[in-house]
Design a protein around this ligand. Structure first.
Ligand SMILES: [Ca+2]
Ligand SMILES: [Ca+2]
Ligand SMILES: [Ca+2]
Length: 485
């Protein structure tokens, strides 16, 4: 019996000694040091899962290496199951001639988003995040064998980057596929390949970045068939400053050079500014972005358009005991009344806004890629352009009613700022949402939401597919079950 115990102990300790770098992994089935006996005492044994080893003082057991905090793996994952049902995709109940699927929109979907942070040293890390989803239960087939079938599960490798600090953390870098946004996120809020470098000073930091926005006119699969002629480049300078405890801000001077459409090169520079201010309980922010450049070959005579546009976003938060109040405003500049003249004044927009609305802007429970602030615009090369302009404002009141129940009410309204570009109407619609969240633990929560979007004539003109003057409301119910590791 004693020899079997010694053999198990030897196998376990040698396995543990060969894998010192993963002793902090939370979910890998490898040896984990377990303190035994008096807390803080030196007595400890390595335990291999499914093999229990008695704590025996033995000469054959080498002293375990102390875990090194410099080498560890952090694993996280979100698993979200979703349900969505809307009575229509637009504000018009007109039946098309070929009405094979009816008007409703709905899905059961599963989303799995694991991520791994590999801490190689205190100042060097690798990050990887993958998203399996949105996978629709009615479409994606986990038993599909053909890799090219339309029913294979959707997988997005969201982020793959290396980052680190050098020279006593004065210099920092981040290179690879990453979620990259400008200080306001109104112009750039994209998953792209990019390289960033920063110099950290006492009160803030100063940086450079360059990246490429992928487009669907890539040249080929082989590097011999790839070059920079039809690419979308973004690059610029960034800076962040913390004035004091209450006031901080960040700014950037960004440039876009987009040659992905032959004969329609577009370039612009975009200075952006983000300011945050705290005053007691009240906190607020202000975002400003300007764009100036040229859209070549886009005028009606194939001439060039001068692009001058702006965007503004502002918001405030006010917590009041169990109640949290917030307000947001988004404004995107409209074009003039002439689509093909020498000027374009419509802002090139990322579709990433802080508005709490679920249908007018991106759904906070899950991006379904169909928010009205995308579908009302014209999409080109990763950015949305609203010739009618866009103003969205919303208020949200969230109550923590109980340890296991939070309720929230969102009311938002949207308008077109240039009615001439929305069939002479300015009112897009009013959205009202009620959300109930049941946070069972920090790892498990369920949310149900109901929403009503009552449109105006501008909403019908910009969204409808058959009768542009129809203004039938959209009703929505949605549910999400989130398990977080
Ligand atoms: Ca319809
Ligand atoms: Ca124009
Ligand atoms: Ca939203």
């Amino acid at each position: 019996m004693g020899s079997i115990r010694a053999l198990v102990l030897l196998t376990a300790s040698s396995l543990a000694a060969s894998l010192p770098c993963v002793t902090h992994a939370q979910s890998l089935p490898v040896a984990t040091p377990v303190a035994v006996g008096v807390p803080g005492a030196a007595a400890s044994a390595y335990v291999v899962p499914s093999v229990s080893v008695a704590p025996v003082e033995s000469l054959i057991r080498p002293a375990p290496e102390p875990p090194t905090p410099k080498r560890r793996i952090e694993l996280h994952a979100d698993l979200q199951n979703l349900f969505l049902l809307r009575n229509d995709a637009d504000f018009d109940r007109s039946r098309p001639f070929y009405n094979e699927s009816g008007q409703t929109v709905g899905a059961f979907a599963t989303l799995f988003r694991p991520s791994a942070l590999l801490r190689i040293t205190d100042h060097l890390r690798i990050y990887y995040e993958v998203e399996l989803g949105l996978n629709y239960w009615s479409k994606q087939d986990p038993d599909q064998q053909s890799a090219l079938a339309p029913s294979v599960l959707v997988m997005k490798h969201r982020e793959i980057y290396a980052e680190g600090e050098l020279w006593r953390e004065r210099f920092a870098f981040k290179v690879g596929y990453q979620y990259f946004q400008d200080p306001t996120a109104l112009f750039l809020g994209h998953w792209i390949g990019a390289a960033q470098a920063h110099l950290n000073t006492g009160a803030g930091r100063l940086g450079l970045f360059a990246g490429e926005v992928p487009d669907d006119t890539f040249e080929g699969v082989n590097v011999l068939e790839n070059n920079f002629v039809r690419d979308i480049f973004v690059f610029g300078l960034t800076g962040a400053l913390r004035v004091n405890e209450r006031l901080r801000g960040s700014a950037a001077l960004m440039a876009l050079v987009d040659t992905h459409v032959v004969g329609q090169t577009r370039w612009l520079i975009c200075p952006t500014l983000h300011v945050e201010l705290d005053r007691g309980r009240l906190s607020g922010f202000l975002d400003l972005a300007l764009q100036a450049g040229q859209l070549r070959g886009q005028a009606i005579d194939a001439g060039d358009q001068t692009h001058v546009a702006w965007a503004l976003q502002a918001g405030a938060r006010y917590p009041l005991g169990r109640l949290a109040l917030s307000w947001n405003l988004l404004v995107l500049s409209p074009d003039d009344a002439h689509a093909g003249n020498a000027y374009n004044h419509a802002f090139l927009y990322s579709s990433k806004t802080r508005s709490a609305t679920l249908m007018l802007t991106e759904d906070e429970l899950r991006n379904w890629y169909d928010a009205l602030d995308r579908r009302m615009g014209h999409y080109e090369g990763g950015l949305y352009l609203h010739r009618a302009g866009l103003m969205v404002t919303d208020v949200k009141a969230a109550w923590a009613l109980h340890r296991y129940l939070e309720a929230a009410l969102v009311v938002g309204a949207a308008a077109a700022l240039k009615p001439a570009n929305a069939l002479d109407s300015g009112f897009i619609g009013v959205e009202t949402d009620v959300l109930l969240t049941f946070p069972a633990t920090e790892h498990l929560s369920a949310t149900v939401a109901g929403g009503l979007l009552v449109p105006g004539h501008a909403g019908g003109a910009l969204i409808n597919r058959i009768r542009l003057d129809a203004t039938d409301p959209i009703v929505m119910v949605e549910a999400a079950l989130l398990v977080r590791y």
